[in-house]
Design a protein around this ligand. Structure first.
Ligand code: G3H
Ligand code: ZN
Length: 287
């Protein structure tokens, strides 16, 4: 059931668990995530970066695919179709295409400009019943061309953006996109705590969910994180399972080269990763 992310995140915040955002890249990815959410009776957010949207032909194609798949698979758990790290223009394209949720990532702008653009987009999104995520501070590393310096967010700036009525706030707290380097200092729980004190009931978002140790994930949820984004980890498990299938020569046996067989181990690996994360985040049975 396609919905905005507002209700599922407010419930997660109140219930002290987090909803996973899993990024999609194609039909297999989308189907694996939707089926796992349904099987575990968990709410879920499908994230679409601008790069992935382009790869899948465009946001209209993505929205049409997700809507049709949601219906034909008989998905009854809440599913939000969410633009990930959207530009100002990208937000308008996704609103037009029929997404149910958007993220405006204005973290690279001077704060006043981020605030002005976020204000406008919050009003537009809410006027149309969509949920909206904004970002303060930045997430380190790179994801689909979005590069961040990784500076921790200023809790006062977080409050100013939260006061616009955003549905969820992404705040840099030392988190990084992609694999974490060996010398990573860990999440700044001090910053997270200060942000949570200032922003109250508003759901906080933890980006860069790949490879964060379980105890840090649990502590982040205790301190108000209600949405956790995972992308790279599904890509790694898909690639690993596909490589094993090919290295074992299975693509050469029988009709193993048929894409429906060739892509199956990778798709199953995505399902296993999503299941593991939903269990860790505590969203199982919360639909
Ligand atoms: O916006 C998406 C994410 O923050 C995913 O990060 O690729 O490190 O899991 P990740
Ligand atoms: Zn991110």
């Amino acid at each position: 059931m396609l919905v905005s992310a507002k209700e599922m995140l407010d419930k997660a915040k109140a219930g002290h668990y987090a909803v996973g955002q899993f990024n999609i890249n194609n039909l297999e990815w989308t189907k694996a995530i939707l089926l796992t959410a349904q099987e575990l009776n968990s709410p879920v957010i499908l994230g679409v970066s601008e790069g992935a949207g382009k790869y899948m032909t465009g946001f209209k194609t993505v929205a049409a695919m997700v809507k049709a798949m949601d219906e034909e698979l008989g998905i009854t758990v809440p599913v939000a179709l969410h633009l990930d790290h959207g530009s100002y223009e990208g937000c308008y394209k996704c609103i037009k295409a029929g997404f149910t949720s958007i993220m405006f990532d204005g973290s690279h702008y001077p704060f006043e400009e981020n605030l002005a653009k976020s204000t406008e987009l919050v009003n537009v999104a809410h006027g149309l019943g969509l949920s909206i995520e904004c970002e303060v501070g930045s997430i380190g590393g790179e994801e689909d061309g979005v590069v961040g310096m990784g500076e921790c967010a200023d809790p006062n700036e977080c409050k100013t953006i939260a006061d616009l009525g955003v549905d969820m706030l992404a705040a840099g707290i030392g988190n990084i996109h992609g694999k974490y380097p060996e010398n990573w200092q860990g999440l700044s729980f001090e910053t997270l705590d200060a942000i949570q004190q200032k922003t109250g009931a508003m759901p906080l978002v933890l980006h860069g969910g790949t490879g964060i140790p379980s105890d840090m994930i649990k502590k982040a949820i205790e301190l108000g994180v209600s949405k956790i984004n995972v992308n790279t980890e599904c890509q790694l498990s898909f690639a690993d399972a596909t490589r094993k299938y090919i290295e074992a020569g299975k693509d050469l046996e029988g009709k193993g080269f048929d894409p429906r067989k060739l892509l199956a181990p990778g798709t199953d690996a995505i399902k296993a990763t999503v299941k593991e994360k939903m269990e860790l985040f505590g969203s199982v049975g919360k639909a």
